[in-house]
Write a protein that binds this ligand. Structure first.
Ligand code: AGP
Length: 598
């Protein structure tokens, strides 16, 4: 994800900016750059890949300057390369701008600016803003007024930092939808998208709110609104220790990741929903609609959690796009003699983009002439580079990305525009619903406390929530070392029912969807045998709530999107049980972040 750091003060800015960028590295990015103001001009350096590549290019003589901005980019508009990396400059090269977020009306603004003679160098939405500010400066405006005026022309989201030769020791920062703060030092000040970038230098920060602009100089700063009217802000003292800072204030990275899901979902969906046409725009797809129409079968291949997402993808694709689909463990697919041809789309799903089995399965599919698509978290990972197209993220984001792909494929086939619009609206609401479920964490914690001594847990779900049962069980196994099984709820009576007694907690994933009544019958079967039921239900469901010993509510959404909500209590349950059992949740035994061996 993109990151911003800015510095103005007496010290050379470049080393501070590079250090700040490194502290934001954990967010993931694909290119980096810095811009410094010195001797009446702006010097910009950018490089694709890691910050170390940028450092190598800069060599030992870092660019001079006591005021500057820096950025790590996570590509949305335009490929991750040097030209598209931030900061971006205007035609005259007298201002530089770093931006997080998406400018939704960049297309028309760009066309109008080009007509007025502006020359664009990159494919980014961001560059538009540099030229808009340039125009206003040329018309005689002061820097703050020029930035404020330009921002009022934008639709979309932004966190920005701007430097200009006009006011060489000033950084203008502004926020609308993308986090930004001003950090106050002694005779020096910073701006940053995340406190961890600057907390080595100061603990005093002013968190900016949407619609605010900061004018930051070495010895002072002020915050104004878009009409440049002064605003009163409070300074927050950040007292976290360094390890906690890196965890964003959470007790563990795992909890941080769980809690960041509204944001990661927003990032997955940003700029990809086309409400008017009721469809999705998948920038990295690199496969023409005509070719997508040729696809007559989809094979999803993945491992672990990503395999669970794949199962949900299969169900979605068959129900909404009516394309025959199947799911294969990548480790099995690669050594079978799979039947694929040029009309088969093989979709490899991988958070790391480096999983050896998934990579090998995709290579095998490609060798046999299939079209390949990677759904990966890490831009620039091996899988992302080798497939015909690539997109993003872990379980909830993978499901959202699969929904986008299904929507796109569906709209080319069976889905009407009205159905498409309904899906677009439901997807758009998801981040907010996810945030709502996460506020229930204390309830889940209490349930986790009661379950902490269980030696076995059974997870049951049907339809779209059968893979969620598998995922809930996997999470519990992985981090709390409690044996758990996920099963299709109705299959329970074909064997696992023998395990049920009052010592075995049974977690039912039972939102009000098409198979809800069927799941209720399965709950009855467990209760009849003395089982203890914990149910994930839809808000306001009184029926199941009465039957279950404990319940956790999630809001209503379309059936195929329920997994994005129902998996959250299960992630939290695994987390709290593991913490209670004294397990090291951030470094579970025997597990690797990316499994690059067979
Ligand atoms: C997830 O919690 C697991 N550690 C594991 O199952 C993982 O999903 C699997 O190894 C696949 O990884 P990938 O998504 O990076 O390819």
């Amino acid at each position: 994800m993109c990151g911003i750091v800015g510095y103005t003060g007496p010290r050379p800015a470049a080393p501070l900016l590079l250090d700040g960028l490194k502290r934001l590295e954990y967010r993931g990015y694909d290119s980096a750059g810095i811009a410094l103001v010195a001797d009446g001009r702006i010097e910009v350096h950018k490089a694709p890949g890691k910050i170390s590549v940028l450092e190598k290019e800069l060599g030992t003589s870092l660019p001079p300057g006591h005021t500057g901005i820096a950025h790590t980019r996570w590509a949305t508009h335009g490929a991750p390369n040097m030209v598209n990396a931030h900061p971006h400059t205007d035609c005259g090269g007298t201002l530089a701008l770093a931006h997080n977020g998406i400018i939704e009306n960049a297309g028309p603004l760009r066309a109008a600016l080009a007509k007025r003679g502006h020359v664009f160098r990159s494919e980014t939405d961001t560059e538009v803003l540099a030229h808009l500010i340039e125009e206003r400066l040329a018309a005689g405006g002061a820097l703050l007024a020029a930035v404020a005026g330009a921002l009022q022309q934008l639709e979309g989201t932004y966190g920005i930092a701007v430097v200009s030769t006009r006011e060489p020791d000033t950084i203008i920062a502004a926020r609308h939808g993308s986090p930004l703060l001003v950090a106050i030092g002694a005779g020096e000040n910073f701006v940053a998208s995340d406190a961890s970038a600057v907390l080595a230098h100061t603990r005093s920060v002013v968190y900016m709110d949407d619609g605010e602009i900061a004018v930051v100089r070495p010895t002072d700063y002020r915050i104004v609104d878009l009409d440049t009217v002064e605003k009163e802000k409070t300074i927050t003292r950040v007292d976290w220790d360094l390890a906690t800072i890196e965890r964003g204030g959470f007790a563990h990275f795992m909890l941080k990741e769980i809690m960041e899901q509204p944001e990661s979902l927003r990032n997955t969906l940003r700029g990809r929903l086309l409400e008017e046409d009721g469809t999705a725009k998948l920038g990295g797809l690199n496969i023409e609609d005509a070719e997508l129409l040729q696809v007559n079968r989809i094979v999803f291949t993945a491992c672990g959690t990503s395999w669970h997402s794949a199962l949900i993808g299969e169900y979605m694709m068959e129900e909404l796009a009516r394309i025959p689909s199947e799911v294969e463990y990548a480790s099995e697919f690669r050594y079978r003699n799979p039947i694929v041809d040029d009309r088969t789309l093989v979709v490899g799903i991988s958070q790391s983009g480096e999983t050896a089995d998934t990579l090998a399965a995709l290579r095998e599919a490609k060798r046999r002439g299939a079209r390949t698509l990677g759904l990966v978290n890490v831009v620039g990972s091996t899988i992302a580079r080798e497939v015909d197209g690539a997109s993003t993220k872990a379980f909830t984001s993978q499901i959202a990305a699969l929904a986008l792909l299904t929507l796109k494929m569906g709209r080319l086939r069976a889905l009407s525009i009205l159905q498409g619009r309904e899906v677009v609206r439901a997807l758009g609401r998801l981040p907010e619903l996810v945030a709502r479920v996460l506020t229930r964490a204390p309830e889940v914690e209490r349930i986790g406390e009661r379950m902490m001594r269980a030696g076995n847990v059974l997870y049951l779900g049907r339809g779209y929530n059968f893979p969620v049962a598998l995922e809930g069980a996997l999470k519990l196994k992985e981090i709390s070392y409690v044996h758990a099984e996920g099963y299709p709820a109705a299959e329970m009576k074909h064997g696992p029912i023998a395990l049920i007694d009052d010592l075995m907690p049974v977690v039912f994933i039972a939102p009000k969807d098409a198979v809800y009544q069927k799941v209720v019958s399965n709950v009855e079967e467990v209760k009849a045998r003395g089982g203890r039921v914990i149910a994930v239900v839809t808000e306001g469901d009184t029926g199941l709530a009465k039957l279950a010993d404990q319940k956790i509510e999630v809001p209503e959404t379309l059936d195929f999107l329920t997994p994005v909500l129902t998996v959250l209590p299960l992630q939290l349950l695994a987390y709290y049980m593991a913490v209670r059992r004294g397990c090291n949740v951030d470094q579970p035994r025997n597990l690797a972040k990316s499994v690059t061996v067979e």
